[in-house]
Design a protein around this ligand. Structure first.
Ligand SMILES: Cc1ncc(COP(=O)(O)O)c(C=O)c1O
Length: 407
């Protein structure tokens, strides 16, 4: 056979239907453009990133470095080292009033992985998952990859973008397998109150619907807001809930990749089996760093929280003073999620603004500020601004927005 015919032809490259169905992140367009502008030396203000602008506290770094030096560089048990599972169980008991045994806990490679693996463990083809919008952009893809179907419930500004018990009730069908709850919320910046959670839990009583409660922002709540775990509202809620949390946001450990799941023993065992073939175990010395994280000897989590709280108040107050911008004051996480739809139909700097992507893209082009359009979060009337950046940058970016909107 001629050599030409033996060569693998690039146009015959096979990519699975599963992978083809996962689109590139819709938020990336703005991010890529912001990076290009920065590379050209433009003074870009970044409100795009969803990670703390603080460094990981030293006591955590030191513990991980010591673990490497002590030779903790081998495979660990698949669900995590026993000491860490025990420490997580104690944390959940003490801080969240949740009575999980260490066997009911699995440690994963970031809460994103926790979400993915939980869904792989419990969802079947055709199962429905109720997801209130706004939602974190990863949920639709993880639901799809589990073969399930996302049922979006559109929330309203007048309810601070929270799903009501009535809306939840109306969304339930015989195929509903899961209700996805994220409080404090990305991108909405809201937190459900204990009473609101109790009312949602009541709707689920008597059904076999599981709840996936993503509590990654639990430490970042502001003002008089009190965080409570969904599983803590009743015995019934505890039995049906998969609780997700991690180290990224509270301890400024985004790059370390460590999250965890607490839930019914059968779910955790199923995740253990999947994890054993996917990643084997969370990184050995990262687990040693996490093991000391909870001790927080210098109250660093609280110092970061206080700083975020100041920024939340400042940013939302300034946004609300701007023409055609409506923004509930964030009670959690590190995002403002204002409704800017009053500007749709306008032409700013020669560009017609018809949706959140037009808004974000024109604002970046004309005023060099990167923020994220709300469309990919299921709310096209909104934009997301992260306040995980310095007060100086926040002031500069908001000044530019105020001026640009007058244009
Ligand atoms: C709602 C929500 N859940 C989970 C995660 C993932 O966190 P991790 O960095 O631990 O994977 C994020 C990160 O942006 C998030 O916003």
């Amino acid at each position: 056979m001629p050599r030409q015919q033996l060569l693998f032809r690039k146009d015959q490259m096979k990519v699975s239907k599963r992978a083809q169905a996962v689109p590139p992140s819709a938020t990336m367009a703005v991010d890529t453009k912001a990076k290009e502008l920065k590379a050209k030396g433009v003074d870009v203000v970044g409100f795009g990133v969803g990670e703390p602008d603080f460094d990981t506290p030293n006591y955590i770094k030191d513990a991980a470095i010591a673990a490497i030096k002590a030779g903790k560089t081998k495979y660990t048990p698949t669900p995590g080292i026993p000491e860490l599972r025990k420490a997580i169980a104690e944390k959940l008991q003490k801080e969240n009033n949740l009575n999980y045994k260490p066997e009911q806990i699995i440690v994963n490679l970031g809460a994103k992985h926790s979400v993915y693996e939980s869904m792989q463990a419990v969802l079947d083809e055709g199962d429905e998952v109720i997801v209130p919008a706004p939602y974190w952009v990863t949920y639709p893809e993880t639901i799809k990859l589990a073969g399930a179907v996302m049922k979006v419930v559109q929330t309203e500004l007048k309810n601070d973008y929270k799903i009501t018990p009535e809306q939840l009730k109306n969304a339930i069908t015989p195929k509903t397998a899961m209700f996805l709850l994220n409080s404090p919320n990305n991108p909405g910046g809201f937190t459900y109150s204990p009473d609101e959670l109790k009312a949602l839990a009541k709707v689920l009583e008597g059904t076999n619907i599981m709840v996936l409660s993503d509590e990654i922002y639990e430490r970042l709540v502001y003002g008089t807001t009190k965080f409570i775990s969904f599983a803590a509202v009743s015995d019934d809620a505890f039995n049906r809930t998969i609780t997700i949390n991690g180290f990224s946001k509270a301890y400024a450990m985004t790059g370390w990749r460590l999250g965890y799941v607490a839930g019914p023993i059968d779910v955790i065992k199923a995740m253990d089996r999947l994890q054993g073939h996917m990643t084997q175990n969370p990184v050995s010395f990262v687990q040693s760093g996490a093991l000391v994280a909870f001790s927080d000897p210098n109250n660093e989590v609280e110092k970061m929280r206080i700083e975020f709280e100041k920024r939340a108040k400042y940013m939302s107050e300034r946004l609300n003073q701007m023409q055609g911008v409506k923004c509930p004051q964030p009670t959690g996480a590190f995002y403002c999620f204002p409704d800017i739809s009053a500007h749709f139909g306008r032409t700013i700097g020669g560009v017609k603004i018809n949706n959140s992507m037009d808004f974000a893209s024109a604002f970046l082009d004309q005023a060099s500020v990167a923020l994220v359009p709300g469309g990919p979060f299921g709310c096209d009337n909104n934009i997301r601004l992260s306040f995980a950046t310095s007060m100086e940058q926040i002031t500069k970016g908001l000044d530019r927005l105020e001026n640009w909107l007058k244009g």
